[in-house]
Design a protein around this ligand. Sequence first.
Ligand code: V55
Ligand code: FE
Length: 495
Amino acid sequence: MQDEAQRTDAGANMQVLFPKEPKTFGSGGSAGRLVHRIEADIVDCEVEGTLPPGLDGTFFRVGPDPQYPKPPQYAHDIDFDGEGHASMFRIKGGHVDYRSRYVQTQRFKAQRAARRSLFGMYRNPATDDPSVAGLSRGTANTQVFFHHGKLLAFKEDSPPVVLDPVTLETIDDYYTFGGALQGETYTAHPKIDSVTGDLIGFGYEARGLATDDIEILSIDPTGKCNWHTWVKAPYACMLHDFAVTDRHIAFLTIPLVPDLDRMKAGGVHFGWNKDVPSYLGVMRRGGDGADIRWIPGPPVMCTHTMGAWSEGDVLHVDMDGAEINQFPFFPPFGEQRSDEGMAPGNIRRFTVDLADPAANSFKMEVLYPDIVGVLARQDDRYHTLPYRYGFILSIGPTGPCWTKVDHQTGQATTFMPPAGSVPSEMCFVPRSKDAAEGDGYLIGIVSRMQEGGRSDLVIVDTMDMAAGPVATVKMPCRIVGQVHGFWVPGEQLPA
Ligand code: V55
Ligand code: FE
């Protein structure tokens, strides 16, 4: 009870203590799994096995890491609301250096100055301390991309934050691509055009909370905006990812919808409403968006795009997802948060023939019924083109694993870590600049649960996944968690 009283006191002497109860923000604090708070530097990490000769680049990752406990009335906030903590493995010349830094967002800096939490529930400004009105709520905790010489950290409720790709220092806490981004939000899942190198991204709820406005923009490799438009969604909902091909842009609406009444009542931003259909919104790239068609289908929740391509007027989009709510911490209205975690989905292929003016529903096919997983990826050099290989964090016979699927043969191969080892999302690294699609390595963190969650970075050859890692970077402790990661070849990085 003493702890509770201390947390309620908003005064300068308030001690910091995360609650121990499950289903709370930062549950367990330093002794738990959700809080890290160590900004680290390790020069020359230990490496077991052999790093691929000539491997040169940086594996960046980012995830939520609660900076402060929430006040008691918001202690039930969700993990997605943790402050972004970025980390990097610089691999070069047979050496691996590790670094991690909190992203110095407007929110992080205000809270550090106040030495307490000032932002309430996930994406709900009605729960904020009055002192932070007008500051960006963005946590930059979801994904990092490197484009036009800038390392960009994303949270889909706010504009990108620019980090230094060598030091991870924050350079710009509210980056609008030089004024090109007009709205309030930018996705964590932009795409890099495989041919032009353009960065195509969007923002949803872009004109404010619960608005149905989507802003779309393309940034060329020098940082200049070369396409910009606005469209309207059929209803406001979480648009976490999207699809870009050489000809088309597509959005899948899902039944996770914002609710202003729920926000006023102090809840999280989204709730599950199974009564809304899903729509696949498809528009021509480069146009003004007036041609967008919202083609309905059964309610389906997909979060991540594996790949997408156009064959003439036929568009194909592969996403992982399920027909149930994969985020039970966004429950239906009136229901309590549940913590089943991220319910795994299947790889689903959405197909529409845009030449058919009567196409009044999208086609959805489950590609590999036996593979269940989340966080689908591909060889990022094929973002907008026909592609053959996909990667997914999936459930294997003895636990979670990395699976590579070959859409040409329908075959799947797996890297299965030993029991008690839990892999995070992986990222594909080409064997060389001109390597064939899918020829290279998967890189990512594996947590050793029997060693208190100690982390290893593993590098697996995509041509022999079953052989296990070719190299394992042994970390001395559990390192900060992540949502997504991104590989940047050394030639793109500052010397
Ligand atoms: C996701 C993650 C988020 C978020 C919305 O993986 C969607 C999906 C880490 O934050 O705010
Ligand atoms: Fe994501």
